[in-house]
Design a protein. Structure first.
Length: 81
């Protein structure tokens, strides 16, 4: 699975587990619902700062957010930007 697919699926999975709506996640992160929707629909990738906000909202670390296989791939993508 590529990063562009993994991140939105992981966000959606964590929302389901916590019972968060997109609106609630937007409130907790300070990220607009539109921006979150674009991330969830794979129209955009979160910045590292937004990924940190998302992880903070779920009270997890970025390492916990990412599976072991995805960590290196994510790092490579963020290095390019």
């Amino acid at each position: 699975m590529c990063v562009e697919e993994y991140i939105p699926l992981r966000i959606a999975e964590l929302c389901r587990k916590r019972g968060y709506t997109k609106y609630r996640l937007a409130q907790l992160t300070g990220i607009t619902q539109t921006a979150l929707g674009n991330m969830l629909n794979q129209k955009s990738m979160p910045t590292m700062a937004n990924l940190e906000k998302i992880c903070d909202a779920f009270e997890i670390t970025i390492a916990q957010f990412l599976s072991d296989d995805e960590i290196q791939q994510i790092k490579n993508i963020f290095k390019k930007h």
